[in-house]
Design a protein around this ligand. Structure first.
Ligand code: DIR
Ligand code: MN
Ligand code: MN
Ligand code: MN
Length: 301
């Protein structure tokens, strides 16, 4: 079994500098060796170098910021992740901002068309060009993958390969009004923090899997935004929201998905080492690594 680390030092999907340093910190904290310890053959050939586009050549489209840059970067990430997946390797993509998931999930679906997506986040990241208030594309990748919202020619490479019934969320607590309407209209299953409180994380993960993967037969792409966890656990992230998952709830999700034996791709996103104090940065990076280890088979006993 081989894991391929795809380091993506990218911040163009949002406005806070530093998130592009997330993957560098995760690797420097020893992630590759940690996964090797777990019995994986780990491939890491350096962080991906993305072409840059100067701001003058990349004016907003509507209010979408850095649209051409985000599109080109995600297209190249899609090819890299798809290539690893087709080679039978497990891509572990390190962000970088969550717009990258447009690329990682496109890549996964190119290799595993029947894959389902489990999206762990405080946010739904499902705004469309019509509903976005911020213009930050990290709040929009899911709508592009589903093919909802107006089509932007610059993103023509993104194929609407994800079906609404193959997507489930856990951890939501900061969902825009337009996003709530999209979730409702498309009957997308979401377990917010309210459901985590009500049922407990064990039951929520079971219900989430029952929804997207009833026979436990489909490949799983796990896209984990570290802001799903409470800001006391992962303070170094761009859009922290109080009332999040505990340390154990976050790790439980990863452990339970590993136990299915169906994981084919993992994203660890939105670690921003420029935010929070040094202890907070260290804690956040350590949690990014331990979530990845849990998803790749680390157990408590
Ligand atoms: C907000 C925030 N819904 C937006 N989204 C974030 O900008 O669309 N996603 N922070 O991670
Ligand atoms: Mn590579
Ligand atoms: Mn996100
Ligand atoms: Mn988020």
């Amino acid at each position: 079994k081989t894991a391929a680390i795809v380091g993506c030092p990218f911040m163009g999907g949002q406005g806070k500098p530093g998130v592009d340093k997330g993957p560098i910190h995760l690797v420097e904290a020893g992630l590759t060796d940690q996964l090797t310890e777990l019995g994986w053959k780990v491939k890491f050939d350096g962080h991906h170098q993305f072409e840059s586009i100067d701001a003058a050549s990349d004016p907003p489209i509507g209010i979408l910021k850095n649209p051409r840059l985000v599109s080109r970067v995600c297209e190249s990430v899609s090819k890299v992740v798809g290539g690893h997946a087709k080679a039978g390797e497990l891509p572990v993509t390190l962000g970088g901002d969550h717009s990258l998931a447009m690329g990682t999930i496109s890549g996964t679906l190119s290799a595993h068309p029947d894959a389902c997506v489990i999206w762990i986040d405080a946010h739904a990241d499902i705004n469309t060009p019509e509903t976005t208030d911020s213009g930050n594309i990290h709040g929009m990748p899911v709508s592009f993958l589903l093919g909802i919202g107006s089509k932007i020619p610059e993103f023509a490479w993104v194929k609407p390969l994800l079906k609404a019934e193959r997507l489930v969320y856990i951890g939501l607590r900061d969902v825009d009004a337009g996003e709530k309407r999209i979730l409702r209209e498309n009957k997308i299953k979401a377990f917010s923090m309210h459901e985590v409180d009500k049922y407990g994380i064990g039951k929520v993960v079971e219900m989430a899997l029952d929804h997207v993967n009833p026979k436990r037969a489909l490949p799983i792409h796990l896209s984990f935004d570290v802001d799903a966890l409470d800001p006391t656990v992962t303070p170094s992230t761009g859009t922290p929201v109080r009332g999040g998952l505990t340390f154990r709830e976050g790790h439980y999700i990863c452990e339970a998905i590993y136990e299915t034996g169906l994981l084919v791709a993992l994203d660890i996103m939105e670690v921003n080492p420029s935010l929070a104090d040094p202890e907070g940065v260290k804690a956040t990076v350590a949690v990014g690594c331990s979530l990845a280890r849990a998803a790749l088979g680390e157990t408590l006993l």
